[in-house]
Design a binder for this molecule. Structure first.
Ligand SMILES: [Zn+2]
Ligand SMILES: [Zn+2]
Length: 162
């Protein structure tokens, strides 16, 4: 008996762009190359290949920047969340944009000639939970998130005053 294909959803921080991937996602990686650092504004890019699966944009669509003659980078035009790496051989999605990225563990690092010198020591840094920062307690008690939740929504932003 065939089982249902796996379905993964995700989207940008503001919720203007949402995606759904149907099928197996077993090729997650991080890329240290300078292009990926820049495109993600980060030390490296976490990417999940959608090759062999079906990718649909279920709300909105990314804007694209042609970062080279062969590759486009997709991002939300409203909030700027990096979303895709689009090459001739397929599209990869930003791992952190998935609603449940915990199940998408990377298995390989690419572009290590660009790896920043402190990246390998990150896990050894001092570590704190958010609520341990007593100086931020007032700030944290007043903060209201406008981030889209980690699941699909019928309406977004939520209708108020209705
Ligand atoms: Zn957005
Ligand atoms: Zn790269």
């Amino acid at each position: 008996m065939a089982s249902e294909p796996a379905v993964h959803t995700g989207g940008c921080q503001c919720g203007a762009v949402r995606f759904r991937v149907t099928g197996p996602l077993d090729d997650a990686s991080i890329c240290h190359c300078r292009m990926c650092q820049k495109a993600f504004g980060a030390y490296y890019a976490p990417l999940v290949s959608t090759r062999g699966a079906r990718l649909e944009w279920t709300r909105g669509e990314p804007k694209r920047f042609q970062s080279s003659n062969l590759v486009r980078r997709g991002f939300c035009g409203d909030c700027g969340t990096p979303l895709t790496y689009e090459a001739p051989d397929g599209v990869a999605l930003a791992a952190g944009a998935f609603d449940d990225p915990a199940g998408l563990a990377p298995w390989i690092q690419y572009g290590i000639e660009g790896r920043l010198p402190y990246v390998q020591g990150l896990s050894a840094l001092p570590a704190r939970r958010t609520e341990e920062d007593e100086a931020a307690a007032d700030f944290l008690s007043r903060i209201v998130s406008y981030q889209h939740p980690d699941h699909d929504t019928g309406h977004w932003p939520p209708r108020t005053g209705a």
